[in-house]
Design a protein around this ligand. Sequence first.
Ligand SMILES: Cc1cc2nc3c(=O)[nH]c(=O)nc-3n(C[C@H](O)[C@H](O)[C@H](O)COP(=O)(O)OP(=O)(O)OC[C@H]3O[C@@H](n4cnc5c(N)ncnc54)[C@H](O)[C@@H]3O)c2cc1C
Length: 245
Amino acid sequence: MWIKAKLIKLKKINDYLFSFIFKSEINNFIAGQFSKIKFKINNIEIQRSYSYVNPPKSKFLEFYISRINNGKVSNFLYNSKPGFEFLITKKSFGNFNIMNIPNCNTLWMLSHGTAIGPYLSILRGYNKNFFIEKFKKIILIYSIKTSEDFFYKNIINNIKDKLNNIIEILVLTSSEIKKEYINGKISNLIYNGFLESYLNKKINTNDHIMICGNENMIKEIKYIILKKYKKLNNYNNIFSYEKYW
Ligand SMILES: Cc1cc2nc3c(=O)[nH]c(=O)nc-3n(C[C@H](O)[C@H](O)[C@H](O)COP(=O)(O)OP(=O)(O)OC[C@H]3O[C@@H](n4cnc5c(N)ncnc54)[C@H](O)[C@@H]3O)c2cc1C
């Protein structure tokens, strides 16, 4: 069922990233889920999916969106103004959420760019005890192109404070060398052993690995992990994915 939604605030982070904050009377959702929006461009109805960045029951809803070169919807939304009305699904979708993940030793959360969204919803959506009961440790690895993309720094710092002794957060810059950040791609840093020695932690059979991003990134990371940690090949369901495109 489609219901009305209205844009309240649009924050252009740079030429290719923006935060899209809106209101709508959607049903409650499970942190990590996405919804579909639709509206007309030049009289042609068009739909896209976006993940919630906000935790459930927030007054305002938020998407974190990449403006794609020649992308129809992302460019249209990037140039939209507060008051813009569109339709959204009342119900949310997807199984990329923590309720589907078994209790385990370390929960790895890997993402690049806007794919941080579901993790920001999940990590703000439950209290510390909930996480402690499910996991010994959570490792969030967030890759951005350059430091100017680090829009959710305050939110990430709040998550770090809330989950202080069970979470470790690493921010990587893939296209910029800066001393505050680790430089490189997630897959390379796993393959060359950097992350393992930096975190003093190997990926193990009693861990769970969530990956959010595009199909190539997901395939590449999964391939590298299974090549490096061969014993994981014998275990099903050690990975969960959310594929954006
Ligand atoms: C479950 C799900 C959740 C999603 N959540 C988000 C989200 O939270 N934030 C977000 O920005 N996008 C998200 N997406 C992608 C989004 O639905 C659109 O595909 C994206 O905004 C591009 O739409 P467009 O009309 O601008 O591009 P189109 O005109 O449809 O062009 C599509 C092409 O753009 C490329 N593309 C699509 N998405 C991206 C991207 N994120 N980065 C780089 N290239 C891309 C692909 O090559 C694709 O073939 C999600 C997709 C799915 C399936």
